[in-house]
Write a protein that binds this ligand. Sequence first.
Ligand code: AMP
Ligand code: ZN
Length: 516
Amino acid sequence: MCFLQLVVSLYTDFLFFNILFYMFSSNSKLFLYNSLSRQKEEFIPLNEGKVGMYVCGPTVYSDVHLGNCRTFISFDVIYRYLTFLGYKVRYVRNITDVGHMLDDGEDRMSKGARIDQLEPMEVAQKYSNGFHDVMRVFNVLSPSIEPRATGHIPEQIEMVEQILENGLAYERNGSVYFDTLKFAEKTNQYGVLSGRIIDDLIAESRDNLKNQSEKNHPSDFAIWMKASDEHLMRWNSPWSVGFPGWHLECSAMSTKYLGEKFDIHGGGNDLKFPHHENEIAQNVGACGHQPATYWLHTNMLLMNGKKMSKSDGNTISPKELFEGDSVHVTKGYSPMTVRFFMLQSHYRSPNDLTDDGLQAGEKAFRRILEAIKSLNKIQGSSEQGSMDDKIDNLISLAWEDMNDDFNVPKALSRVFELVTIINTLKENKSETISVLSLDRCKKFFNDFIFNVLGLADDTVEGHGPMDGLMDIILKIRKQAREQKDWNTSDLIRNGLNDLGITVKDGKENTEWIINN
Ligand code: AMP
Ligand code: ZN
């Protein structure tokens, strides 16, 4: 190793050590709010260095809405942060493509199929594709495993058999119901998550109103349902040709991919009851214990102070929001602005989407991006700078905020303090920063804003590889034309034409478009 390499290596080690030091100096432990215990708890994974996380995914019978996006963006940040901390995370997020009932007892998938006149699996494919497209636009990472309920019917049937064997379910006319009263008597665990008592659940039980009379108790819920003649999705089972109850898929698939016990189970807080409560009951009913150590719930996305709801017309799709094509907004907002806007609220607080809020979010996000660019224009000094301590302290506090139940809004408040310091350093030459602190600051912004929060700079136009390549090609063509090398110029134009790209020469510059 030459002297220079040694210096660089020592310097890099020093930086790395510093990052770890600042990350873990004052509050090295990650705490998260466990909905089950209703308090913040230190995060201790079941297997050192590894995390198993299951999040309830979308029901793919219609377009994904922004509320869903908020929940998946929140868990994306949690996934990214756990990975950033060095955990090897297995993140399972399912696709619900069967069994999710409407109030009238109709399967959402069948209803989607009827409306769209498609095969139910065509409906599921169509809306899964749409969901993936939206997730990609929002920069949401793919989970490690994305299992589908319809791909796990044997596992669900096995679980029903296990629950029956343990005496916590009963068969009635080809359907199988979970016996909530017996479960409550035996385990005292029904209602642990939602804090409800069994009598409160009577009126609310609605997995299938048509079948209420078949049940022993109104709060019992179907784990297998006999299919009516018109029901499109159906499988053979020991009890009937039918389909699994909605709650069962998550119990069966989380157990299959993460084991009977895993670390984190998440979803929107509207799923606490009945979905997660019933999942817990099924897991305890089949395996004797509840599945997850920590239950995490995101709060709802509102619009103008009211729950975003299709039936009230109080809704806006991601596409409408990006294009500004809605009465609820005065203009379009980029996906990264929307992502940033959502991250400004803590995942456990409601997030109210308003035009004013989006405009403020857009400005704030731009300020951060500008400051990141300014970092490259600031000169660091070899000695200690006047701003070093402040900067190091803010970075350390921001990571502490993240360790405090992923408090992104608070960490962002540190970011804005850093932005103010960066702007001061840019304009006021009497304040200084050392090279070390400057590098630490650059690394922090890269780690926190881009890697952990999953944001990207979408203000730079034409920075994709395609745009870069086209810039180079058009420059060569311009040179050829200036030298009256018409052969090369035509070769480029015709070659691009064959690829479906039209070049238009204007007075000032040359534009290109991809023909449809
Ligand atoms: P669904 O497709 O209805 O099964 O929902 C998929 C995920 O989005 C679940 O975790 C829901 O809790 C969550 N979700 C649904 N509506 C909202 C909302 N308005 N705000 C935040 N999350 C939501
Ligand atoms: Zn689920």
